[in-house]
Design a protein. Structure first.
Length: 274
């Protein structure tokens, strides 16, 4: 039998399994070649993982790109709404000033003894009515805003846990409100006038009430023992909405009081009267 040498002989002499294939690395220098035997099962598994990863990456990029586009569109729309609101306010301001100037002009002419024409007298009366109406609307709006500010303490007691959102929702110390320690059965009152949007049970806050006060301001009252209001009910400032307890994730009777502005948690102590 003729003598064989070289890689072919080495491969024939080696014990190679049928369910594997070989990868031979031939260096450019004089170093010995290296042979690696890779099982087909491992190779196919690797290909499947690569394919799944590629599909997942494509789906992620498509979803993330869509979210980026929607976010940008939302920001653009918000800016347009803000610009239109400013323009509307400017127009109302100019109209109000023009009406005041017109009324002052007619008043001066009347004081100087200049006889007013019937249309001038009518314009003066309308201008005074418009100014009075604008003043009433301004006062009504200010009064409405004041009634919407949650400055009334829901209960009187000591703060046992303060507001803390610095670490984010995943932080164990995250606490988007304040805890006020009180005895069980203490009346819990609405911090401001508004509409009850939710009144029910939550695994964390137990029996709770959420109130929408308008202007993007909402309040939440948690761990109640008993509720006395329902959803869609109108409540006034200082009205009893529940009675304190220790339901939900609680170790002692207290009231969890939270305030949000445009769905962003805000420290309630910024609103409450001292």
């Amino acid at each position: 039998m003729p003598y064989e040498n070289g890689p072919r002989a080495e491969i024939r002499g080696a014990s190679v399994k049928k369910d594997t294939f070989s990868i031979i690395i031939v260096p450019h220098d004089l170093k010995k070649t290296r042979t690696y035997h890779v099982p087909y099962r491992l190779f196919y598994s690797f290909l499947v993982l690569v394919a799944v990863g590629a599909v997942a990456m494509v789906v992620f990029l498509a979803t993330y790109g869509s979210l980026l586009i929607k976010t940008r569109e939302t920001v653009i729309l918000e800016r347009k709404v803000e610009a239109l609101t400013k323009r509307s306010d400017q127009v109302r301001y100019l109209v109000r000033n023009m009406a005041q100037i017109r009324r002052m002009d007619l008043k001066v002419r009347q004081m100087l003894g200049v006889e007013l024409q019937p249309e001038d007298s009518l314009a003066l009366a309308k201008a005074e009515q418009t100014e009075n109406r604008n003043e009433r609307e301004l006062y009504d709006e200010r009064d409405q805003v004041m009634r919407s500010i949650p400055s009334f303490w829901p209960v009187k007691g000591h703060i046992t846990k303060e507001f803390d959102i610095a670490g984010g929702e995943k932080d164990p110390t995250y606490h988007p409100g304040i805890d006020i320690g009180v005895s069980r059965g203490t009346p819990v009152r609405a911090a401001a006038a508004g509409y009850v949007t939710d009144a029910g049970w939550d695994d964390i806050y137990g029996y709770y009430v959420r109130i929408d006060h308008g202007y993007g301001i909402k309040t939440l009252y948690g761990h109640a023992e008993r509720l006395v209001v329902m959803s869609n009910e109108r409540v006034g400032r200082g009205q009893t909405i529940a009675y304190s307890g220790s339901t939900g994730r609680s170790s002692a009777p207290h009231v969890h009081f939270a305030v949000s502005q445009n769905n962003v948690p805000v420290d309630p102590l910024k609103y409450l009267f001292k």
